[in-house]
Structures are given as structure tokens and as C-alpha cells.
Design a protein around this ligand. Sequence first.
Ligand code: OOB
Length: 547
Amino acid sequence: MSQDWPRRPERLARHYREQGFWEDGLLDGLLREQAAHRPRHPALISGGERLTYAELDARVDRLATGLAGLPLRRGERVLVQLPNRTEYVVTVFALSRIGAVPILALPALGPADLESLVSISDAAAMIVAPGRGARASSTVTAKIASAAPSVRHLVVTGGPGGDRNGGDGRTLLWDSLLAPTTESSPSPDAPERDPDDLALLLLSGGTTGTPKLIPRTHADYRYNARASAEVSGVDETAVYLAVLPVAHNFTMVSPGIVGTFAVGGTVVLGPDPSPTTAFELIEREQVTISALVPALVGPWLDEARRSTRDLSSLKVVQVGGSRLDEATARRVGPTLDCRLQQVFGMAEGLNNYTGLDDPEDLVCTTQGRPLSPADEVLVVDEQGDPLPAGVAGELLTRGPYTLRGYYRAREPDPLRFTPDGLYRTGDLVTRSENGDLTVVGRVKDQINRAGEKIAAVEVEEMLMGMPGVRGAAVVGLPDPVLGERSVALLVVPERECPTRDEVREELLGRGAAAFKVPDEVRRVGRLPLTGVGKVDKKRLRLELTEA
Ligand code: OOB
């Protein structure tokens, strides 16, 4: 397996172990450990269901037994696309328990994305929720599963409105995989596993058409989780409310679900991110911490002024995923009567946090500092030379939980990694004398729409496929609500320019996720080009914002 992804050089790995950054445990071991320490402590609350650590751990065992019996084997990849429900948590930890590797797919991903994830990873199984409209109905998923030669099993969870059968008779029901509980039922024989093994594959925001998979190990993920819990003040008394999709790295590990389990706290899964749903849960479950993207902050603050819910248990609201503007940041603390914590993270690894005791100004104007003393960060100019404090440049990083290369990348990618193994984040930042980072933009060609990342090239390629389209460029423009809205510029010399509705139809028809449909479609005479003939996005953005 090890040739599928680059491990850390042995010298660094030893250093991370000796310094205590990497411990010996495995990802699912976190639950086992808590089930031993505090069996009756509430671990997971979702819908009407409340599971203690002992109950959650036992359910993970039951599913692990069922999955092992399929069979699924150590090291095999399994695509998981599930909503914020108990099944997601049980599935991820059960796969981990048998040494299989979950690929965490956000619910918003469309069939085209799922198809390429399955094909890059040769996934042996897909575990999905039943049909939700046209997007990824079981029928569509069943089609993907049967077309992909590697996929042996399609597992569908139960649930309201579920078309329980994919139509081909091969579909298994998630519930049917739960092995019966009997007093004597042994835990599944845990296969030999190593903390340095692959634990999860996460999805990169991506700047190219094909999605990239991020290899994360047991040791690196556990460290990310535990250290994040500490800087977020999460301990066994914490009640973490997950409102963002559970498959997002922010919700998983910063400190999220895994960080909360690492210290024996309680996780509450919110079925949707609306403030009314969230506030009801905060009041009922005495939630202490939650995590939002900037686009949700405004609606939360508005609702807080109207709402009669008691939110006094809330101590920390984390905001990350894209840039939070200072004015909104300043309203969070007073309106919700809690601490704001900005989180600047990436599924590739590096997490930055503002401190809970930092002065107000710092919390509202910076995106925090690296989580670990072992995180190396550099801010460099276009030649790769380090810049002094206060000067904006690209952020490069290397550390105990940051990847060294993507999963099954054909060759080392000099655009994303330096020869020394530093990850080029593509983020433009400034760093203060004290090491606080402020995100000022991106060098990579990606649009950050309300925290969802759109690779411009991918959308451009689809637009170029439309009749009469000779040139296409997609750029992000500042938007007060979305952070960035996506604008498609089309060169259509000889016929009517497609309308936004036509573009939407085309993209959805090609299986694209709805958030990738441009917010605006404009016709242009030509696109500005750089010296080497690439579309000059910098100039384009400038022209558009000045226009
Ligand atoms: C998180 O992870 P991803 O992988 O979806 O996106 C990472 C990218 C960063 O490279 C940066 O461009 C942007 O999202 N970003 C921010 C930000 N947090 C992320 N830009 C400005 N301000 C912030 N606070 O988005 C993610 C992963 C773990 C924790 C938090 C966020």
C-alpha cells in the first residue's frame, strides 16, 4: 500500500513520535478507550437517539463484524457519502476498526465526482444514504457501483423516503449488516494495524478538474484531533454540535467529532445548519461549542436577536472555511454571548486557531496561529523566497499532520509541493511578528463559495462543451453573503450566449454538484491572456471589480 502515498521521511516520523505528537493508538481506538474509561457518558446524540460510549463502541463492533463478513479487507477503500446521522459515525469507526479506509464524500458531491473518486481509489464498496432527489438517488449510485469494476458492495442506509432497493438486487441495507448482539459475541478480530497506516482519505478542495484524495494516517489524525480539542477548550464536559456536513474536515477533526471523542465529550449531530434547528439543539442538549462557515454567521446572529431559546451554555463558536469579515466577527461575541474562535484549516492538514484568551482585536482580524509547535510555516514570494513579517505571500507548510503528497498522484507534483516536502497551500497570507496569520487571498485558481470549493477548470471544461462557446473563464468575485460568488465569462462569437438556466441544465445534466453552477453568466468579446497564453485570471478579476 505504501507506494500509493508518500510517508514522512523516517527521521521526521521518529521526531514526531519522540516528541509525543504521534501516539500509538488507532482512530477507532479512541472510542474503545473512552468506552473503557467512561462507558455511561453520553457520546453521540442524533435525532431521537442517544448513545453512551459503551453503546456506540458496541454498535461500531456490530457493524465492523458485518462489514468484515462481506468481506471487506484491511486496506480496502470504501466511499462513504452520508448525512449528519448516527450511521455516519458508526460507519467511519467500523471501517477503521477492520482496517478499511473510508473516503469521506460531502453530501453535496454529484454523481460525476463520486464516479471519479471511486475510480481513483478503486473503492471496494460504497456506503450511501437512500435517494435524495435527482442528485445521488440510490438508482444513480447503483449505476455508478455497477459500472465501476472495483465496487463489490453497495450499502444503503435506511431512513425516511428511502427507495430501499437500488434496483439491481445487489444493494445491501446498512441495518442488515449490524451483527446481532449477544453476550458472547466477540469483538471482530482486529487485523494487525499500524498507527502510520492510512486511516482516512479526505477530499481536496482541488484546483484541477479531477478531485484529489488526501491520505491521513491514524497517528496524524489523532494528533490533529487531540491538539485541536485542547486549543478549543474541549474536554469531557464539552457538548459539540455538528451543524456543517460531518464529512468536512472542520467538523471531523478541528476539533469536531473526532476531537470531542478523543477527550470523552459529547457530540450532537444537527440535521441541518439552520439557526432555528441549531438553537433548539443548543438549548435542549446544553451545547458548549459549534463550528460554522462565515455564510452561516449572519443568519445565526439575526436569529439570535429574535430567538427566545436559552443559548447560555454556548461558550465557543468557531468560524472557518473561508474568510470571516471583521465587522461580522466583532458581532459574534456580544450577540451570542460566547467566544469567537477563527479557524483557518485545510483537509490537507495544517490548522490555525485564534486563542480563546486572545485579545478581541486579534480574534476579529486574524485567522489564528498554527496548532502545533511542530508545524513549520513559511510565507514566500513568487520565487519561493521567504518574506518578512507583514508582507503577503504564499503560505507553505510541513508538519506532523500535513500530507506529503496526494493519494495515487502519478508523480510528485511540483505545483503543490516543494522539493523539501512543504505543501504549497495556494493561500496568500500575511504573518505578524507573533506568528498570527491573516488570509488575504489565493494564488490557486479556486473559488470559495460559502466555504464550498469550486475548481474553476472543472466548470470551464463543462462550459466549453456547450454549443458555440469558444472561450470560458470562471472567477470568484467578492459577495457579501457567499464570500465569493462564481461568475462565468463566455466568449460566444456566432450565436446567442447561453442563459444561466441553460448553463445550469447543462452542468446538472453532466452530473455536476449544484453549487458548481455559476451564480452569474456574462458574455465577453475576449478573455485576457498571460504571456504563456493562459487566461489571465488576475487581470480578469481586476477588470470585473473595476467595471
Ligand atoms: C477547510 O478545509 P478545506 O480543505 O475545505 O479548504 C481549505 C481552504 C484553505 O486553503 C483556504 O483557502 C480556505 O479553505 N480557508 C480559509 C479559512 N479556512 C479555510 N480562508 C480564509 N479564512 C479561513 N478561516 O476549509 C477547513 C478545514 C479544517 C478546519 C477549518 C476549515
